[in-house]
Design a protein around this ligand. Sequence first.
Ligand code: SAM
Length: 287
Amino acid sequence: MATLGIPQNTIAVLQKYNFNFQKKYGQNFLVDTHVLEKIMDAAQITKEDCVVEIGPGIGTMTQYLAERAGEVVAVEIDKNLIPILEDTLSEYENVTIINDDILKVDLNRIVEEKNQGKPVKVVANLPYYITTPIIMGLFENHVPLKSITIMVQKEVADRMQVGPGTKDYGALSLAVQYYAKPEIVAIVPPNCFIPRPNVGSAVIRLTRYEETPVKVKDEKFMFSLIRASFNQRRKTLANGLSNAQNLYLSREKVAEALEKMGLSATIRGEALTLEQFAQLSDLLDCQ
Ligand code: SAM
């Protein structure tokens, strides 16, 4: 099968199967061999790797992965793509296609079955409508991971990389930076896809830390604090956290903890570093 990274080949497959794009599934297929090579370089795939691909589409990136990896497992929600994938990937024996919703499959079980529970690499041109739940799901469910190399909306890639005091800083930045080191490796314009998305894209690599850069007693509680802080971005941290129904914190308790940390009682969540959120979490957790 000729590479699908070349637009004419993708168009030929789409016509052969009379494929109708489903907008609700965020279907924008990559047709640029340079970008595909860049993704492969960034993910540094070798025969030692078991790769999980999210949303293989017609199999464009899957072909590249199958050539380089030991094992590829690709999870695709759209049943109309399954016969196409069986065709475009027919020459590879190291690819398993699962027709399911990535937010519903048990990835820990798949990693256990396909890679004896050892860390896998996730590589994907993600469906943009569920970028955040996919990333949070991978981290929060503690799927054994080496790295995640993904195409996302450019603006979302920026959010994953920024620090405190910027408008893009939020719960996603903190979650990503707690678990992994983020690096944008390519900026990708809309004309690299069929059909063209109406936003710019970027490839970002998240390399999982072996040990998290900050230590916190209760990770879950810290992320509840983080979420509550950014849900009410415009409020001071003391007001925002005491308003959050699920936290049972009084304004005074939060103000007292902030004072212990040498921070103003009127500070907002967006000014706190990950380290400070961890410290605040430990102080509030034991009360
Ligand atoms: N990997 C292909 C490429 O690069 O050309 C397709 C990428 S396209 C942006 C996203 C793919 O994810 C589509 O094939 C879409 O059907 C699939 N998808 C959307 N939602 C999904 C979900 N919840 N679970 C699994 N796959 C999903």
